[in-house]
Ligand binder design. Sequence first.
Ligand code: ADP
Ligand code: MG
Length: 477
Amino acid sequence: MGNTELWLNILRRLQPTIMKAHFLTWFQGTAILDLADGVLKIGVPTVYSQNWVASKYNLKVLQAAQELNPEITAVEYEVKGDLENGGEGVDVQNIFRDQVEKKVRKVRNVAEVTVRKAGSDQAVTSQMMNSRYRLNNFVVGHDNRLPHAACNAVVNMPGGIYNPLYIYGKVGMGKTHLLQAVGNEIVNRYPDMVVKYITAEKFVTEVVEAIGKRHMEQFKKQYRNVDCFLIDDVQFFARKDSSQQEFFHTFNTLYEANKQIVLTSDRPPSELDDLDERLKSRFAMGMVLNLLPPDFETRLAILQAKTSEFGMLIDPEILSFIATNVTTSVRSLEGVLKQLMAEMQLFERTATLRCVAEIIQRMDKAQKIIGYDFEEEGQRKAVRSVQGAIEAVAEYFGVTVDDLVGESRKQAVARPRQICMYLIKQELQESYERIGDGFGGRNHTTVMHACSKTAALLKKDLRLVRDLNALKREMGL
Ligand code: ADP
Ligand code: MG
């Protein structure tokens, strides 16, 4: 640790024990001049401060110094005139700035933070950002490279060419993550910049409140201090007229002052149906990017990153099983891992494919998480008929339709037949009779038997779970 760093650390320890005004008066422009034979020599700007610090604070300084370097046995003070104003003396204001930043980071579950720009008395409230969201822990794959790169560009040069930056994508794709990551990086890199993060929903509430309390002027004023405005889920502006108006003004004011604006939404600007045309065209003025669902490799990479983040050890085969089946959103991937972690801890079990398959099925029931790849969306129509299902299953297992509806009792045919009946019952909700008809006029009890047998097998046969999921995907269900 260099002398400057050591002195800053000593001062950071001292600061909470001394009144702010005193601390500023006596330690501004001080520095370590020398450290030899256990004697720490501190330079102070004037004789007056030398006497004062030596008599009032010596013990505290010594204690703090010893905590950091036990070899220090004494502290001496020497007057040195050229420490301040560009000299080697520290600017203790920085310590308070650090402190504020730390506090901001500490307040975890608080919904809002207040930031104040140096030299301004107008406070700006921002919704709390999650400090876990960073650009460097956003896993970059083929389909999300562009939005990530654009966010990096914004951080490197706020108010530059990517302004406004508009990112849209389905739920759980990482929009909020990226948006808040931009905020976190800017706060870190440019401590003087004021960042405001807010959801469109909250913005609407704030406008309504400001109007009700007749605080409109104050409301407008705080935005004059904002350097980086991050607004999440702008689709929530729909049909809220007065807030749209207000947002329009805010947007223009900031944009004209070259302030950075980043917006997210679940759809492109052109599809924001209830939004003022002027706003739509302004949203599209800078850069509009689509955050696409991650492909298999990216899903796997995300799972690997999350497991190490959560401190879990999981078989690669299990991760790949999750990545194959859970394709609807990154949030669901995370959800499965969290659930898995909870069960591992709760029941002290190790993660097995079976356990994961159960979790996925359970979660999929509550909220669809097993999906098919979005790239294929729209190209394929869901199979909804008995005949269609029979064809799909036959193709999947490499048998003919005739085999499937025929009489053969061979395992290679009989098993797919039972699976097919189960699938039709479960997914298409056909009656046992109609299913029986579809399979060459079989009796409904045969169908019932096939369904219950398959259901029982599903509890222990993982390949079957996988086959069924794959089939459902194939059929677009
Ligand atoms: P959205 O706002 O689009 O609905 P979120 O930003 O809330 O989605 O993302 C959901 C979860 O998935 C978050 O915990 C986020 O950290 C995580 N996530 C999304 N995309 C990625 C990614 N590419 N890398 C790492 N984590 C991601
Ligand atoms: Mg979000």
